[in-house]
Ligand binder design. Structure first.
Ligand code: HEC
Length: 264
């Protein structure tokens, strides 16, 4: 079995290296273009990518995320819905991962309304499993861009839970045009005419977490099958010379400033 096939099957690089000895390992490294160049013998399995992965059922993951939202809220709900299943099916490094540490993603990080915890959680999941771009594979970075774009452009929530706590008719769908919790929740609150503390708003956010967990598992399954192709094309850094989201006019109106030109 070639190294690439192993990878697609989710067998960790470490297992491959241990199984094939130094000479073959060197050859495999060359073959993969330094995919594991940040891993060294001193580092534990959590720093060696990709982490072992088996395909998960997106609907089952979404259901777990929906229920988990009521315990740990959006970001940690997305993380736990994926990692709890992988912990059961695989074990480490998922077993050692401090899942509940990510409760702080709630409310766009401790209520500050910055990035919505759901895409943040999904991106933590993708980057832990596939590895950060500096480890050699661009895929986690690309999936993260896709999650940001999908979240911003999709009428959410998409997922309807099996046993909804609130009548689905009361949960309207809105497009946030932004990954920011403040804007996403604000647009929904306005459309639904519901205050932040309402049971409806809470259930909406639980379903957004479930919808996002569903989406990231679809993308991870595609990656696992070697079928993933990135779709997100927007980059404020490339197009505007500043980090940012695509909805410039939401905040700047018609007067979108131009960033200072790059130095030659
Ligand atoms: C969520 C709101 C928001 C969005 C969306 C947004 N900006 Fe901004 N941006 C701001 C705020 C607030 C400032 C600070 C403005 C100030 O201090 O005058 C700023 C500053 C800037 C600056 C720094 C220079 C200056 O004149 O203030 C540039 C350039 C800029 N934005 C461009 C953009 C572009 C291009 C986009 C879309 C790709 C964008 N912004 C999207 C809120 C936003």
């Amino acid at each position: 079995m070639g190294a690439e096939q192993n990878e697609q099957k989710g067998i960790s690089r470490r297992e491959v290296l241990i199984g094939t000895g130094v000479f073959a390992a060197g050859a495999a490294l060359g073959h993969l273009g330094g995919f594991v160049k940040t891993a060294s013998a001193k580092e534990g399995p959590a720093n060696q990518w990709p982490w072992p992965y088996v395909k998960l059922d997106p609907a089952k993951t979404a259901e777990l995320a929906y229920n988990e939202w009521y315990r740990v809220f959006c970001g940690a709900a997305v993380i736990n819905s994926v990692f709890s299943q992988l912990e059961e099916k695989i074990g480490e490094p998922y077993k050692s991962f401090p899942k509940d540490a990510f409760v702080f993603l709630e409310g766009g990080q401790v209520g500050w309304g910055t990035i919505c915890g759901s895409p943040a959680g999904a991106n933590i999941v993708a980057n832990c499993i596939i590895g950060p771009r500096i480890a050699g594979s661009p895929v986690a970075h690309q999936i993260s861009g896709d999650i940001m774009e999908w979240y911003s452009e999709t009428k959410l929530p998409v997922y309807v839970p099996n046993n909804p706590k609130i009548d689905p008719k009361l949960i309207v769908q809105t497009t946030s045009d932004s990954p920011l919790c403040h804007i996403s929740v604000g647009r929904w609150m306005k459309a639904a005419n519901q205050p932040l503390k309402s049971a409806e708003r809470k259930d909406r956010c639980a379903r957004v977490a479930a919808s996002t967990a569903y989406r990231v598992v679809e993308l991870l399954n595609d990656w696992h099958d070697g079928k993933y192709t990135p779709v997100a094309t927007f980059s404020a850094v490339k197009e505007h010379g500043i980090t940012g989201q695509f909805n410039c006019m939401d905040c700047h109106g018609n007067d979108v400033p131009e960033a200072p030109a790059p130095k030659a």
